[in-house]
Ligand binder design. Sequence first.
Ligand code: ADP
Length: 258
Amino acid sequence: MLDIKNLHFRYSRRSPMVLDGVDLELRPGEIGIVLGKNGSGKTTLFKTIIGIHKPESGTLKFDGTDLLKLNRRQRAEITAYVPQRIQFGAMTVYDTVLSGRISRFGLNPGKHDRFAVEQILDDMRLNDLASRNVEKLSGGEQQKVAIARALAQEPRVLIFDEPTGNLDLANEQLILSEARRLAAEKMISILISLHDLNQALALGDRFFFMKEGRIRYAGGPEMVTESVIREIFDADVRMIDADGSRIIVPVQNGAHGD
Ligand code: ADP
């Protein structure tokens, strides 16, 4: 289980805490959605979990292992990250995905590494693109390659920072259903930040509402309510029941009368 307690981080000694006592628990196979306004600290939290930022205080554990004591390579075997903006070198899709395994093979990939990459390309339906230059692919295809590369690390915790930002509807659905499959089949804990509250409701097992560097509310779908959303986003919404599913719709200012 990913277990974060009282995590603090700031970008410099003179600036305010960007993570101001974050607590978060996520079990194997669970999808946790982090929700919060721009600037609430989501990306900073993710980068602290994967080891880009070093927290000032607090604990960060996975199955009892202190992640803060691991070196970069060991850390990469537990946590993988798909950033908001993906940057690739001029490499083939195959080599890009293989590069995700560097922490596992060191200098030269072996048979096992190639087999693992082929399996992932298969799962992600990227076979036909394997020899293409990744820089020449569409945004949606690149997003899939970035996920494949993260999966090649064989992480226990997979973190997506706004994965659906630049995707069309079909690719958006593909990525979200892939996340669901990975959590269920490989028992990976997945942490995702999403802007779309309805996507979040459809996908999440756990919800973490973040404001000013803290998780203000954490819980299952029942935690997602009009009043929590109003408090976290300073925006008015209504929950509507549609054939047993809840749909969140924004309320225009002045449109809700009494
Ligand atoms: P979110 O992902 O929720 O939009 P971020 O984690 O990106 O939030 O940002 C949280 C706060 O940290 C913001 O106030 C932002 O300006 C600040 N911040 C982010 N990155 C840096 C940085 N590299 N240096 C200084 N401040 C930063």
